[in-house]
Design a protein around this ligand. Structure first.
Ligand code: 13P
Ligand code: SF4
Length: 354
């Protein structure tokens, strides 16, 4: 059989690949209801029957379009359950998503997360098209420091290595020696063999790391606007109201919260702790959606939810993911010179923790 080449040039093929597609039918028909029922069974404890007729057609359209566009969705643990469980191809914390990004073979990566995560995917797999469904999905930590701030810190602390939390822009990563995430910060700091290390920009993560190592940590003044709101008093109040409650905290929380937690770890570290320990009652002191996502997999555990939402993560919706696929928006690019230096910081971390 003869196969006809429809395109006269690679440019024409590329234009066709990126061309907008027509909006699919989003009716919740009886056929669709039947087709999507097994998926609803999975999430029925965290997605209401009122929500499902709205979500199901979007989920079906997104999963069909992913094949058409040769795309995969990387979903952070803070995505809402209809995204996390129903359209995400890979789920995880920042480190796991960075690793997954490096291995993606599909042409397009949709980052269901925030902008610095999309930039990290671009650094890990520069030949892929990286799309973020909402360009405004930022992060208060990433916004707390600029590349010029890092240059000033280097001048103030000559010879002191600079470790940057992954929650920063590529421009900031480019000025640093090595990157870290909440799951490997202690290991990264100790790997440098230096008596003093600058750990930027999260003041609370830096304080937490300082309790876990003999290396002297110099911190920046950035804070996560979600985790800084948790207080020790509210946790004590919950503990009194819920005897036997286990409290699991993210290291972006204030030190007095971490001090009274039963375990501290990255978002995936927290999830694994719950899966391994099966507590009767647990409070995840972190972004609210994560409790719903874990509840799907650990149905016997009762989740006590302090509902602090990340306004940036919550900008990502099924509607915007659908538009990202239909219109191939919004592409995340990085200046090649900045990317080369930023990539070194991220790759050093990934190689260290592989
Ligand atoms: P994790 O790397 O633990 O997923 O943290 C990312 C984040 O933004 C937490 O607020
Ligand atoms: Fe940034 Fe905090 Fe939102 Fe995580 S939860 S993306 S650290 S603002």
């Amino acid at each position: 059989m003869e196969t006809l080449e429809l395109y006269t040039s690679p440019d024409q093929r590329e234009r066709h690949r990126l061309a907008p597609l027509a909006k699919p039918n989003l009716d919740f028909t009886p056929e669709l209801e039947a087709e999507m029922r097994p998926l609803y069974e999975k999430v029925k404890n965290v997605v209401t029957p009122m929500e499902w007729p709205h979500y199901a057609p979007l989920i079906k359209a997104i999963n069909d379009l992913k094949k058409q566009r040769n795309a995969v969705i990387l979903a952070h643990n803070y995505m809402t359950p209809e995204i996390f469980h129903c359209v995400g191809d890979f789920q995880g914390d920042s480190l796991q998503l960075a690793r997954e990004a490096a291995n993606v073979e599909a042409e397009v990566i949709i980052q269901a997360g925030v902008h610095f995560m999309a930039e990290t995917s671009k650094l890990m797999n520069p030949d892929k098209t990286i799309l973020i469904p909402d360009l405004e999905a930022g992060c208060s930590l990433a916004a707390s420091i600029t590349a010029d701030d890092v240059k000033r810190l280097r001048a103030a602390y000559p010879g002191v290595p600079v470790v940057t939390y992954v929650n920063t822009s590529a421009a900031v990563k480019a000025e640093c020696d090595i990157c870290c995430t909440s799951s490997n910060a202690v290991k990264v700091v100790e790997s440098l063999g230096a008596p003093r290390v600058l750990l930027i920009p999260d003041e609370y993560l830096a304080k937490y790391v300082a309790t876990q190592t003999d290396v002297e940590i110099i911190a920046w003044k950035g804070r996560c606007e979600v985790h800084e709101r948790f207080t020790a008093e509210e946790i004590e109040t919950m503990r009194e109201a819920e005897p036997g409650l286990k409290v699991i905290a993210h290291p972006e929380c204030p030190p007095e919260v971490i001090d009274i937690a039963d375990f501290t770890g990255s978002t995936s570290g927290m999830i694994n702790w719950v899966k391994d320990n099966h507590p009767e009652k647990v409070m995840l002191v972190t972004e609210c959606s994560m409790s719903s996502n874990v509840a799907v997999e650990v149905p016997d555990t009762q989740f006590i939810r302090p509902c602090n939402l990340c306004p940036h993560m919550k900008r990502i919706s099924l509607e915007k993911i659908l538009d990202a696929l239909l219109y191939m928006q919004h592409e995340v690019t990085i200046d090649p010179e900045v990317a080369e230096r930023a990539r070194r910081s991220v790759e050093r971390m990934v190689n260290l923790t592989n």
